[in-house]
Design a protein around this ligand. Sequence first.
Ligand code: NI
Length: 264
Amino acid sequence: MNAALTQEQIDFFEENGYLRIERITTDEDIAEIKESYDRIFAERAGREDGNQFDLAGVDEDNEEASLPQILEPARYAPELNDSLLLQNADRICKQLIGEEPNCVVAHAILKPARHGSETPWHQDAAYWDPNIIARSISIWVPLQAATEENGCMLFVPGSHLLDVLPHRSIGDDPRIHGLELDPSAMEHVRGAVACPLPPGGCTLHGGYTLHYAGPNRTDEPRRALILAAFVDGPRRAKPISFPWQEEKRTKSAEKRRAAQSQRA
Ligand code: NI
């Protein structure tokens, strides 16, 4: 199965900053991905090197994470790189932002049953180098149906035209990895569109598009895999910094620093 965007879908993405696609890969491919996904979370893959951490909590090793995330999951499950999903995602990204960047399996975010917290409103670019205007596509792929009850994605149409808005650490706690839109900027959240999906579907968004996913209120875990293609755009003429990045005091950042100094 080869997925590709129609001109109508490309136009929709350019106008709104997001797109919902009913099917990007087969049920069989999703079933295989789900097996790898469950294995690496069960193994707590990446925990030691700071690539698995709690996006929404203070991340004590002995506490259950409320929003566990694994960065670069294909490091721990290389078979993900052979998935039909990645092939199709790569083709779609190239349609939108050109041949240069390759799409990669960027991260996995798990919302445990009756437990996962919300992913608050944010722009992905708030996490990135403040001085590069990036061009990026993120592809959010649920490994089961995504509904408003289990935390499907919501987007603010047209918000991709905004610059990075003020953000802060979730709950204004710099020990927490995740970011949220600063309350002073919440006025930009209006006309949000929920994007429920069947299994095998996905959503696409750009780095500046405001998005949100609710908590998981169901009895099943909500598994999502995020693929991304990223290309550096122009540098800002006047350098700026994002205060919410400089104040971070997360456990995973400490672990990454420790792992790096051991290698050095
Ligand atoms: Ni995001």
